[in-house]
Each structure stands twice: as C-alpha cells, then as structure tokens.
Design a binder for this molecule. Structure first.
Ligand SMILES: [Zn+2]
Ligand SMILES: [Zn+2]
Length: 68
C-alpha cells in the first residue's frame, strides 16, 4: 500500500478513514474512544477505552458526534 500524500510505501493506516500513510506523513489523531464490549450489562454505565495518539492520515475530518 502507498502513502496517500507522497506515494511512498506506507507503514500505517489511518484509524479513522483507512487511508495508508508513510512514516513521514502519519499524524497523531484526536483521542479515539472505543465502544464498550458488547457484553457490558445494560444497567451499568457504558465503559470504553480512550486511545490517544491513534494513527491519523491528517486528511480526513474527524469530529465528535453525540450518542444516538
Ligand atoms: Zn507520505
Ligand atoms: Zn484518515
């Protein structure tokens, strides 16, 4: 896979949109919150994992949305 920015061999894939990026163009994305495990009981507050420094291509636009 090639970097979307320069065409060099990619070393990572954007966590948000799936574009491939090389080590030069990889960015640190916004904090990423992963949903809780499906087995979480409904009466407990949903737990999640926050990932800081996720791989980001820097090209896609990431924004927070409210829970449905
Ligand atoms: Zn690149
Ligand atoms: Zn992206």
């Amino acid at each position: 896979m090639k970097c979307v920015a320069c065409g060099q061999e990619a070393v990572a894939v954007c966590r948000f949109c799936g574009r491939a990026v090389c080590s030069e163009h990889v960015c640190q994305g916004p904090a990423l919150v992963l949903p809780a495990a499906p087995s979480t009981p409904a009466d407990k507050p949903a737990a999640g994992l926050q990932v800081d420094g996720a791989v980001w291509c820097g090209l896609c636009h990431v924004k927070a949305i409210g829970r449905a």
